[in-house]
Design a protein around this ligand. Structure first.
Ligand code: GDP
Ligand code: K
Ligand code: MG
Length: 301
């Protein structure tokens, strides 16, 4: 059994508009110690970005940083997805990091009004990129947000220059509830590239097919080879039935081709390199009920 005494654990949701610095902040917060779990532990509610295990003031903790699938969608989808997010996933978070930057204006945004009214979950409002502003501009921005967030913590930061990061970290861990680890520490893997490649492909499958298909698919990145200017990625997509494979492939292979193109483009953007993506669709009857098979979907190599 897992240790339950004197252990803190919780979900930390990082939300905010594109380019405010969420990924940069996440990387700084988890640092070298980033570990990612296998995709079988994903839930539809949380898109797990990183897990951090550690000790803070004598207490072991497990922080599960997450994002929701909608938050990484392009801008035109953002409002809608943030609304969905506000309605569903916020209830699950133990701490919310709401990231904005020094330039952002949110004047007429009802998403913000909703966030400001959250009182069951601590929200840390982080004003990022203060390295690009004068102290007066930072003060002005804090005052601007203070009106909307009278009770929440407002922390000016620079994710890039790692300013005030310790303060965020302390606040997060202090707000975490006592809880045993959500994810077995033994099962964590340190292969984030594969994890992100599989997450990107999963997301594209999710966006291109109706509900049953995404839920009956499992994506396994069987090889991930990084060369000078290119990453070669081979992915296997497991489905449970021949009929599901047919839907996945689509008329003359058009559906899977579209998924592959979208996934490749997103991977290129994410990794900052050209990607060569191969996809193989395999039928594995009832893979879900085969615990061993599912286990082998991990990235143990
Ligand atoms: P995300 O879309 O919210 O995940 O934002 P990213 O983390 O990808 O950052 C978007 C851009 O802002 C990148 O070019 C980052 O280097 C830059 N950036 C992030 N944090 C800071 C910061 O504190 N200061 C400055 N000057 N740039 C930052
Ligand atoms: K970005
Ligand atoms: Mg990002």
């Amino acid at each position: 059994m897992m240790e339950t005494i004197n252990h803190k654990a919780g979900f930390v949701s990082i939300v905010g508009k594109p380019n405010v610095g969420k990924s940069t902040l996440m990387n700084v917060l988890v640092g070298e110690r980033l570990s990612i779990i296998t995709s079988k532990a994903q839930t539809t509610r949380h898109r797990i970005m990183g897990i951090l295990n550690g000790t803070h003031k004598g207490t072991d903790f497990q922080l599960v940083y997450s994002d929701t699938p909608g938050i990484i969608l392009p801008k035109y989808e953002l409002h809608k997805s943030m609304m969905t997010f506000v309605h569903s996933s916020l209830e699950d978070a133990d701490v919310i990091l709401f990231v904005t930057d020094i330039f952002e204006k949110y004047d007429e945004d009802d998403v913000i009004n909703k966030l400001a009214r959250i009182d069951h979950v601590p929200v840390l409002l982080l004003i990022n990129k203060i390295d690009l502003a004068t102290p007066e501009q930072v003060e002005e921005k804090i005052a601007h947000w203070r009106e909307r967030f009278p009770t929440q913590a407002i922390i000016p930061i620079s994710a890039l220059k790692e300013e005030n990061i310790g303060q965020i970290f302390d606040s997060i861990v202090e707000q975490l509830p006592l809880h045993p680890p959500y994810f077995d520490k033994e099962e964590l893997t340190d292969k984030p590239e594969r994890f992100f490649a599989s997450e990107i492909l999963r997301e594209k499958i999710f966006l291109n097919y109706k509900k049953e298909i995404p839920y009956s698919c499992e994506v396994v990145i069987v090889s991930f080879k990084e060369e000078d200017n290119l990453i070669r990625i081979s992915a296997e997509i497991y489905v449970e039935r021949v009929t599901q494979r047919a839907i996945l492939i689509g008329h003359k292979g058009e559906s899977i081709k579209k998924v592959g193109t979208q996934a490749r483009e997103a991977m290129e953007k994410f990794f900052g390199k050209k990607v060569f993506l191969e996809q193989f669709i395999k039928v594995e009857p009832d893979w879900r009920s085969k615990a061993q098979k599912v286990k082998s979907f991990g990235y143990s190599q």
